[in-house]
Design a protein around this ligand. Structure first.
Ligand code: CAA
Length: 247
């Protein structure tokens, strides 16, 4: 595996790639070089044949304490605007076709939230990595408005209640165990289907219902062009376990 300065990569289970944010001295504050490394690792897992699903996690104490305030402090408008500060963060969500599970423990603030979708605005900044748009779609306008305007922190249990987090766990160990099991379940399916499923769910964020349903049907039709569709349906009829080719 390649060695990075701010992240660690591993393959904890067959079909599962994991990126662990590893900048403990700054509670995983998301400096630009960290984002560059994260993008690079995600891109590699995205194209790796032996990876179907990706876990992104931090430490027990901090998922990520947000964008790097010390890096941002001297930035001027023209620096930020002309160099498209933070735009590379979008690669994370738009370039990766395989599902990403965010395993969040401890602080997940500001941009750290935007990375995991767990927000807190600081007193002088507004969300910059898509939080105002994604959070509003995820939990509705009034709750998003309250959280973004007050910068109020909230618990994982709240995040689960609002539908922002899929699941919460009682401890860090249970979290890592749970996310790995979920990743294994996903990695047990055909990669073609997993990627198609993620694509259609994400499309629902951009398309109206009628277009979205049509889009889903087109992707559904395209699955019939895969070997795995034949393999899976034949295995079902024969009451056997499917041996996916991921083709
Ligand atoms: N950027 C840069 N450095 C950070 C950081 C950040 N976001 N968060 C923590 N650190 C650094 C601290 O400066 C400190 O470094 P030193 O040891 O060199 O002083 C180290 O990490 C440990 O932090 P603390 O001593 O503060 O640890 P704590 O346990 O007392 O507090 C905390 C933890 C509550 C998370 C606190 O560090 C904090 O409030 N951090 C800032 C959180 C924040 O406001 N995040 C939003 C950033 S803005 C953003 O993300 C904008 C966007 O939308 C893109």
């Amino acid at each position: 595996a390649r060695s990075y300065e701010y992240i660690l990569t591993s393959k904890p289970k067959p079909g599962v790639g994991q990126v662990t944010l590893n900048r403990p001295k700054a509670l995983n504050a998301l400096c630009t070089p960290l984002i560059v490394e994260l993008n690079q690792a995600l891109r590699e897992f995205n194209s790796a044949d032996d990876v179907s699903v990706i876990i992104v996690t931090g430490s027990e104490k901090a998922f990520a304490a947000g964008a790097d305030i010390k890096e941002m402090a001297p930035l001027t408008f023209s620096d930020a605007y002309t160099k498209s500060f933070i735009e590379s963060w979008s690669d994370l969500t738009t370039q990766v076709k395989k599902p990403i599970l965010a395993a969040v423990s401890g602080h997940a603030l500001g941009g750290g939230c935007e990375l995991a979708m767990i927000p807190r605005s600081s007193s002088v900044l507004i969300p910059g990595a898509g939080g105002s748009q994604r959070l509003t779609r995820a939990i509705g306008k009034s709750k998003a408005m309250e959280l973004i305007l007050t910068g109020k922190s909230f618990s994982g249990a709240d995040a689960e209640k609002w539908g922002l987090a899929a699941k919460t766990f009682p401890s860090y160990e249970a979290l890592m165990d749970g996310v790995t099991k979920t990743a294994e379940t996903i990695a047990g399916y055909s990669k073609v289907a997993i990627i198609g499923a993620k694509e259609v769910v994400n499309k629902s964020q951009d398309l109206g219902l009628r277009d979205g349903v049509e889009y889903e049907r087109r992707v559904f039709h395209s699955i019939f062009g895969s070997q795995d569709q034949k393999i899976g349906m034949k295995a079902f009829a024969e009451k056997k376990k499917a041996e996916w080719t991921h083709q």
